[in-house]
Design a protein around this ligand. Structure first.
Ligand SMILES: [Zn+2]
Length: 107
């Protein structure tokens, strides 16, 4: 069984470019979904958050285009088998419910 969590590139770019990291403890935040309590500062140690050099929109787009190029043959290989693309640009509970339904139908 292959489950493919699919999200539009534009959404992934937005999510990844909103990522921030604490250079001291490594904790990762997301300004859209999991922002720090105090803007720009790590909740755990008060260190100023940074944006990784490879999290810019241009570089993220390039990485995702490369990912699509590499995974397209894999998806083509599994198409027509026990392959299930799941739209993942939805609340986690909905994505989980879809995956659970597929898995439960097999046991
Ligand atoms: Zn920290």
């Amino acid at each position: 069984m292959v489950i493919h969590l699919a999200t539009p590139i534009s959404v992934l770019v937005e999510r990844i470019s909103a990522r921030r990291q604490c250079p001291k403890c490594g904790k990762i935040y997301n300004l859209l979904f999991h922002p720090p309590k105090k803007k720009g500062v790590c909740d755990l140690d008060g260190t100023g958050l940074i944006r990784r050099a490879d999290d810019t929109v241009e570089i993220v787009r390039e990485r995702l285009n490369s990912y699509e190029h590499l995974t397209a043959p894999v998806i083509a290989h599994y198409a027509g088998t026990d392959y299930h693309p799941i739209p993942a640009n939805r609340p986690p509970s909905e994505v989980f419910r879809d995956i659970e339904g597929i898995v439960k139908s097999r046991i």
